[in-house]
Design a protein around this ligand. Structure first.
Ligand code: SF4
Length: 355
C-alpha cells in the first residue's frame, strides 16, 4: 500500500489528533516557521500554553488533555494543537528527567488510544498503526497483524489474554478485535515517544522556555514528593499474609524482587484498596527506589496502561514462583488457597475480636 492510499481518508483534523504523524509533520514543515517565532512570537503564545498544559496534565493526571478536533474546529485551534506537540517535547527535553519522560510518553500514548477508540474509519486506525510500523488489515470483521509484530509488542504484557497461544492465529497472522489492535498501537506510541526523548535542545530553547520550564519543574517536584512522602493512614499491614509481609521486607532491604514478586505484591495491594500513590509509598521504602520505574510498572499492573486490571495470584502460583515465604498455621489450613483469603479471614477475625 503506497503512502497516498494509506492517507486517502486523512483530513486536517487528523493532524491535530495525531501530531506525530507524517502528514502532520509535512503540514508543519510547509508552514515554513522559524524556531524563533515558535518560541517567542505572540502568534504562538496559545500553542506554547497548550504545550505546557500537555506536560503538566501528563505529570498530574497521566493525560495530555487532547481535545477531539473535528472538521468544524477552527484552523487556529487545530494549528495550536499540532504545534503544541513538538513544543511539549522541547519542554520535556529541556528538563530531561526520566520520570517525566516516561510519564509524558505514557500520557501521549493514552491520548492516542482514546482518539483511536473514537475513530469510525478503520483506514485511520491503519494509517496510525502504519506510522508506527504496525501493519493492520481488515479481515472477517477482525484486524490482522503479523505474529512477529504481535510477539514483539506484547513481550512485556504479562496478562494471559496476550499470550500467543490464546490468540486466533492463522497462517502467520493474528486476528484481533479493534480494542486489542488499538492497545498494540498504544504500546508502540509509548515506546516510540520514549525512544526519541530527550531530543537535543540548545541554550536558546532553554532560555526562551525558561518560564514554562520552572513551572513544570515545580509541579514535577510536588508530584515526586507526594509519591515518596505519602502517609499510608490506617493500613493493616499486620494482617497481611506471610508472603506479602516477606515481599515488603525484602524490597525494604533493597533486595531485588522478581517480576512475579512485584506483580504479586502490586496486584495484592491494589486489590485490597491501595491507590497508586500508596503502592508507590510501599515501594519507596526500598533504598534503590526509582519513582519513574515503580510508577510505570505499577500503572501497567493496576490497569492504567493496558486497561486490564490483573487479579493477584493465588497460593499455587506463589509456591511455584518461590514467593510463598514462611507460611504459618493459617496458611496450612486445607482451604487456604489465596493471599486475599488469608487477609480477609484475618480482618474478619480481628473485627470479631474487637466486638
Ligand atoms: S500459603 Fe498462600 S497466603 Fe500463605 S504465605 Fe503462602 S502464598 Fe501466602
Amino acid at each position: 500500500m503506497g503512502p497516498e492510499t494509506i492517507y486517502a481518508n486523512w483530513r486536517p483534523e487528523h493532524n491535530a489528533r495525531y501530531p506525530f504523524s507524517t502528514p502532520a509533520k509535512i503540514f508543519i514543515s510547509d508552514l515554513d516557521l522559524t524556531l524563533e517565532s515558535l518560541l517567542s512570537s505572540r502568534t504562538f503564545g496559545m500553542a506554547r500554553s497548550r504545550a505546557k498544559e500537555r506536560v503538566i496534565e501528563a505529570i498530574e493526571e497521566g493525560k495530555v488533555g487532547g481535545k477531539w478536533t473535528s472538521p468544524d474546529t477552527p484552523d487556529p485551534k487545530r494549528l495550536n494543537e499540532i504545534i503544541s506537540y513538538p513544543l511539549a517535547r522541547m519542554i520535556v527535553s529541556c528538563i530531561s528527567d526520566e520520570f517525566l519522560i516516561r510519564r509524558y510518553a505514557l500520557a501521549e500514548a493514552e491520548n492516542v488510544s482514546a482518539f483511536l477508540k473514537n475513530e469510525d474509519d478503520h483506514d485511520i486506525l491503519f494509517a496510525v498503526g502504519k506510522e508506527l510500523g504496525l501493519d493492520g488489515e481488515k479481515k472477517e470483521n477482525k484486524i490482522t497483524v503479523g505474529f512477529h509484530d504481535f510477539i514483539e509488542i506484547t513481550k512485556d504484557m504479562s496478562a494471559v489474554d496476550w499470550k500467543l497461544v490464546n490468540q486466533d492465529l492463522r497462517q502467520g497472522m493474528v486476528y484481533l478485535d479493534k480494542s486489542k489492535f488499538i492497545r498494540l498501537v498504544k504500546e508502540r506510541v509509548y515506546h516510540e515517544i520514549l525512544k526519541d526523548l530527550p531530543i537535543s535542545v540548545n541554550a536558546d530553547i532553554e532560555e526562551s522556555l525558561s518560564g514554562i520550564i520552572d513551572d513544570v519543574i515545580a509541579k514535577l517536584e510536588k508530584m515526586k514528593d507526594k509519591f515518596v512522602d505519602r502517609d499510608l493512614g490506617e493500613v493493616e499491614e499486620g494482617l497481611f499474609p506471610p508472603c506479602i509481609k516477606g515481599l515488603i521486607k525484602k524490597q525494604a532491604e533493597g533486595q531485588n524482587l522478581s517480576h512475579e514478586a512485584r506483580f504479586a505484591l502490586t496486584s495484592f495491594l491494589h486489590k485490597i484498596g491501595f491507590d497508586e500513590d500508596q503502592i508507590i509509598a510501599i515501594f519507596s521504602r526500598s533504598p534503590d527506589f526509582r519513582v519513574d520505574l515503580a510508577s510505570y510498572q505499577i500503572e501497567h499492573i493496576i490497569g492504567k496502561v493496558s486497561s486490564t486490571e490483573y487479579t493477584p495470584p493465588g497460593c499455587g502460583y506463589m509456591k511455584t514462583g518461590g514467593i510463598c515465604f514462611k507460611p504459618d498455621s493459617l496458611c496450612g489450613t486445607e482451604w487456604m488457597n489465596h493471599p486475599l483469603t488469608y487477609y480477609s479471614y484475618k480482618k474478619k477475625h480481628e473485627s470479631e475480636e474487637k466486638d
